[in-house]
Design a protein around this ligand. Structure first.
Ligand code: URA
Length: 171
């Protein structure tokens, strides 16, 4: 069993979110990387800068939205989180969702989408569809880190974000 003990506990457990507590739109990523660990904020590295651009292209700023991760601490050596670590972190994310009560949750990438939807379906199958998630609509889309490696997929993410904008506008 992995527990939140050293060395895991020495990572940045408190650095779990950024943004507006009344946000209607919430983004959920995988977990903090090295840049997030240093700066103490989610999505501030290269992938985060792309996420900022996506948010701005939607006509919003980072201050208008709420950004969280499934995993709250950076696993040692940046390895993939183990299932029991996801299990330990999930209650915090569930509480964040219950507190913020977003209208739309965008799950960024396979890890967030599969964790929230409790499925092993690939992100290519999950994205482009809307899911009822508690009182919100969940839209899985590609992770910005994937877009950095596959810029041609930006078009699909933009389609997803246009749909998110429409849902937020009540359409
Ligand atoms: N990738 C994520 O999934 N989350 C972050 O906070 C940064 C990069």
């Amino acid at each position: 069993m992995h527990t939140l003990q050293a060395p895991y506990a020495r990572t940045t457990a408190s650095r779990v979110r950024s943004g507006e507590p009344n946000a209607e739109l919430m983004f959920v990523g995988e977990g903090p990387g090295a840049d997030e660990d240093i700066q103490g904020e989610p999505f501030v590295g290269r992938a985060g800068q792309l996420l900022t651009k996506i948010i701005e292209a939607m006509g919003m700023t980072r201050a208008d939205v709420y950004i969280a991760n499934v995993i709250k601490c950076r696993p040692p050596q940046n390895r993939n989180p183990e299932p029991d670590e996801v299990e330990q972190c999930e209650p915090f994310l569930f509480r964040q969702i219950a507190t913020i009560k977003p209208k739309v949750i965008v799950a960024l990438g396979k890890f967030a989408a599969q964790s929230l939807l409790k499925t092993t379906e690939p992100i290519t199958r999950l994205r482009g569809r809307e899911y009822k998630y508690r009182d919100a609509i969940l839209m899985p889309t590609y992770h910005p880190a994937f877009l950095l490696r596959n810029p041609s997929s930006k078009r699909e993410v933009w389609e997803d974000m246009k749909r998110v904008r429409a849902i937020l506008a009540g359409e």
